[in-house]
Design a protein around this ligand. Structure first.
Ligand SMILES: [Zn+2]
Length: 398
């Protein structure tokens, strides 16, 4: 026997009583019991709308599914067959579904009327609801559709559910062709006619707000991401808080944020260019100064640098310093619990190998990395400057 669907003609039915017809352990999930009632207000997942949640007696209903007209309530405990139970659905979950589903119908109806594109896919997701359209919308079209949907909400038009006869159906301007024998028709007065099994609000004003938050090209058409009612308000509150905080940070008005960020990006790019130029000069001076004091070994001047720069800057410094002949340059930059290194030597130095020096260091001090004779890079565990200097002094036979 098919389950009587109390939500079909009354979406606002939240509490009800029903008789337990069967209760079986879910073969796919032994922690769950599948309870079938003679009637229910619980909407099962379907038609793009997620299932309701709530309670049946002492049992928690986490999911609701339908197969062949029989609705199964996925409960966390067993219920006695033949007993009468009180059911209550979680309205904080259901009502946003009603707002969203009805908002989706109006939006689809308006897009069809304005642009001739059909809704070919609908999904009510956790973060946003999507509809897929069989035509490409521009940003302007999306904004226009959003304005019109919110006008329809302002007008607070009626939403009717009916079961028209075949003859009545033939005369109606349906948005989608009916796929079932007995069609449940949802009409948003003046905006949309569509066959639908879902739950809707009674008047469009209850949707409160429809906000399209994004759109993208999808399978030759468009995918729209939108929010309705409570979810749209929550999104607005979160975004408003973020924008307000950013505007305070930039000391500007919210509509000046884009310009402020662009300016910041420009300033940053300029500062990077200036820094690179200053570093170039600094590396020349520093390299010269360190070379003057550098101890000599095997006909090579050893430059040792510890801290003061980023790993990337150390690499640049090492490579610029070994442009002079007879130089071995070893740089170590603390970064968190690590010491990033760059080891480089002049091309004319053949008495010692930078690569094998690097390998010996990695082995002795627990480092990682490598490279070639021109440049070796990697990291060591954090080691004090003096300890590291002493290690190289020994290695280089100084
Ligand atoms: Zn629908």
């Amino acid at each position: 026997m098919e389950t009587k669907k109390l939500f079909d003609l009354d979406s606002y039915c939240r509490n009800f009583s029903a008789t337990v017809l069967s209760c079986e352990q879910n073969p796919k999930n032994p922690d769950e019991y599948l309870v079938v009632l003679n009637q229910t207000a619980f909407f099962p997942e379907g038609g793009g709308q997620p299932a309701d949640q709530g309670r049946l007696g002492d049992a928690k209903v986490g999911h609701v599914s339908e197969k062949g007209g029989i609705i199964a309530h996925h409960c966390d405990r067993a219920l006695e067959v033949g007993s009468v139970v009180d059911g209550s659905i979680d309205w904080d979950i259901r009502f946003p579904h009603m707002q969203t589903h009805c908002g989706e119908h109006i939006l689809s109806g308006i897009i069809l009327r304005e642009y001739g594109f059909h809704n070919v896919g609908f999904h009510m997701g956790k973060d946003a609801t999507t509809i897929d359209l069989d035509g490409e919308l521009t940003g302007e079209m999306v904004a226009h559709a959003e304005t019109l949907v919110n006008r329809a909400i302002e007008e607070n038009v009626e939403v009717h559910v009916s079961y028209p006869s075949k003859e009545e159906l033939a005369a109606l301007p349906l948005r989608k062709k009916p796929e079932v024998e007995k069609l449940r028709l949802v009409e948003v007065s003046g905006y949309d006619f569509c066959g639908c099994c879902g739950t809707h609000v009674a008047r469009s004003g209850e949707i409160e707000l429809v906000k399209i938050i994004d759109f993208q090209r999808y399978k030759g058409g468009t995918r729209l991401f939108f929010l309705c009612g409570r979810r749209a308000l929550l999104d607005y509150q979160q975004k408003h808080a973020a924008v307000k905080a950013l505007a305070e940070e930039f000391s500007c008005k919210p509509d000046g944020l884009t310009d402020a960020v662009h300016k910041l990006q420009q300033d940053l790019a300029e500062a990077k260019v200036q820094l690179a130029e200053k570093n170039k000069m600094l590396f020349q001076f520093l390299g010269q100064k360190l070379l003057e004091q550098a101890p000599e070994t095997q006909g090579c001047r050893w430059v040792f640098l510890y801290g003061g720069f980023s790993a990337e800057e150390a690499k640049t410094f090492a490579l610029s310093t070994v442009k002079q002949d007879n130089v071995l340059c070893t740089c170590f930059m603390p970064a968190g619990q690590q010491l990033r290194y760059a080891i480089s030597k002049s091309k004319n130095v053949s008495a010692l190998s930078g690569k094998s020096l690097c390998q010996t260091m990695n082995q002795a001090l627990g480092g990682k990395g490598g490279g070639n004779e021109e440049l070796c890079c990697g990291s060591l565990p954090l080691i004090a400057e003096e300890e590291l200097k002493a290690f190289f002094t020994r290695q280089l036979g100084l």
